[in-house]
Ligand binder design. Structure first.
Ligand code: CA
Length: 341
């Protein structure tokens, strides 16, 4: 079999060589041919393996490309979700900041409300003390009119109410009854409330008189609201503080008591105008209101007041209001009574 292949190869070489006009004398040994044949088969096997590997790699590459595209899409979606979540976090942070601010505002309002409740409770007076003032008004009239039915008698009564609340025994008979029933003095109870009011005004020991007056007016106008009365009742300072309301005489009696408490001598004063209306304001024994505009009387000794300048204070306004000519100049002074014994 092997020799026949050699013969065929030799013959083919002879044919090819003869056709070309020459002869190639080619011959191989049998082992060589077998080796070549084996090598050829091995090479084919290697090629097939390589081809198979290339196919496999191509397939793997295609799979990886698919996975890469899929992962790219997922990555894109994840990035989009991340951006969305970050935007949500930003919004939540803004909401949180806003809510925190609202909570702080509410906390402040709550603190202020609690503070007001505490202050209201401290200014509250009870029926034992209100009954004392009712008892006194029963004896002297709602505005002290039973003492003479004049403007002077009325403001004298107002002055006495202020003086009582500064801690003085103005009506010994009524006070004895009160002490017998309650076991303490009405003027002591009232005087402590006046002291508390001064602390609420925020007055410092080093404040000058005008500053003290300004703080008292600020306090009065923040706490007290004007209220008409169907009957003309003169109320004690602590009654007005407890009610948080009053009319012109009640404002004046309260302001006079507070001015006196910080060392500013004061008087309750009664006025009329061309329309036949009455009004009550405060006079203070000071030369001026410093930088603030004001109206004054240089001498009121003819009304029984000590000598020197008396400045008019409208307690329903703050220091800035005291120079209001449109309001102040209409009033004609009728009478005045200093707060004191
Ligand atoms: Ca009144």
């Amino acid at each position: 079999m092997a020799s026949s292949r050699i013969i065929v190869i030799v013959l083919m070489a002879a044919v090819i060589g003869g056709g070309a006009g020459f002869l190639i004398n080619y011959s191989m040994s049998l082992p060589q041919i077998e080796k070549l044949s084996n090598d050829l088969r091995a090479s084919q096997t290697v090629n097939q393996n390589l081809l198979s590997n290339v196919n496999q790699l191509t397939s793997d590459y295609s799979t990886l490309q698919g996975q890469y595209r899929s992962l790219s899409e997922e990555n894109s979606q994840t990035l989009s979700q991340k951006n969305s979540l970050e935007a949500q976090v930003d919004q939540l942070n803004r909401d949180l900041t806003q809510k925190s601010s609202q909570i702080q505002d509410l906390q402040s309002e709550n603190d202020a409300m609690e503070q007001k409740i505490q202050v209201d409770a401290s200014f509250r007076i009870y029926s034992n003390l209100t009954s004392f003032y009712d008892y006194v008004r029963d004896a002297y009239g709602l505005a002290g009119d039973k003492m003479g039915y004049t403007a002077l008698s009325r403001i004298r009564f107002g002055s006495q109410l202020a003086y009582h609340d500064l801690g003085y025994d103005v009506w010994p008979n009524q006070e004895a009854t009160y002490f017998g029933d309650v076991g303490s003095h009405s003027y002591s109870t009232a005087s402590k409330i006046i002291d508390y009011a001064i602390t609420q005004c925020g007055i410092n020991a080093l404040d000058d008189s005008v500053t003290k007056i300004g703080k008292i007016l600020e306090f009065i106008n923040s706490r007290i609201s004007y209220s008409f009365e169907v009957d003309d009742v003169y109320r004690a300072p602590v009654e007005t503080l407890s009610l948080s309301s009053g009319d012109c005489d009640d404002y004046s009696i309260l302001a006079g008591a507070l001015f006196e408490r910080v060392g500013v001598d004061s008087a309750i004063s009664f006025y009329t105008n061309s329309q036949g209306e009455n009004h009550v304001m405060v006079l203070i024994h000071l030369d001026s209101l410093g930088p603030y505009a004001f109206f004054k009387f240089s001498d009121l000794t003819y009304l029984g007041l000590r000598s020197g300048t008396w400045v008019i204070i409208e307690p329903q306004g703050t220091l800035d209001y005291q120079g209001d000519a449109g309001w102040m100049t209409q009033w004609k002074l009728d009478s005045a009574v200093e707060i004191g014994p």
